[in-house]
Write a protein that binds this ligand. Structure first.
Ligand code: AMP
Ligand code: ZN
Length: 140
């Protein structure tokens, strides 16, 4: 969809730190991470939110979300992992292409849902590489 930043990423017209891509989904680092390893899993096809996404696409996203949560736990050993997904501006949604957040959390971390500062480019690229390599080895 024109003007949608995530559709631009899917089309290769905007950059991202890619972790994984398959026929229906894409996983990449959040550009304004709340913390180390903050990922987004999206369907490639544009749906605005949970109300619109076709069930078959949602199932693919959820399957990847679980797999990535297991991989993040293995790579970063966080104390917990937050998975969240916002629907509508009133709920805090800022990019209107369905996406699932995965955020590793450590005891005492503030529970913010959005980061304020752009992530360090080298660190995000390295984390994408680490997660991607662990995912390639992963079997469930
Ligand atoms: P939400 O508020 O749930 O819609 O979250 C949108 C998320 O997308 C925020 O955490 C942003 O930091 C993130 N974001 C926005 N633009 C980009 C981008 N070009 N690449 C990666 N993440 C992005
Ligand atoms: Zn889109």
């Amino acid at each position: 969809m024109k003007g949608c930043i995530f559709c631009q990423i899917v089309a290769g017209e905007a950059p991202c730190d890619l972790v994984h891509e398959d026929e229906g989904t894409m996983t990449f680092m959040d550009l304004f991470p709340v913390g180390k390893g903050h990922l987004l899993v999206i369907p490639k096809a544009h749906s605005e939110n949970l109300f619109e996404i076709p069930e078959a696409e949602l199932e693919q996203v959820v399957r990847h979300t679980r797999r990535l949560a297991l991989v993040l736990r293995q790579v970063f050993s966080p104390d917990g992992i937050a998975v969240h997904q916002l629907n509508g501006a009133a709920a805090g949604q800022t990019v209107f292409h369905y996406h699932m957040h995965l955020i590793p959390r450590w005891d005492g971390d503030p529970r913010a849902m959005h980061g304020r500062v752009r992530g360090d480019a080298a660190e995000m690229a390295e984390n994408a590489r680490l997660i991607s390599a662990a995912l390639a080895e992963f079997s469930d």
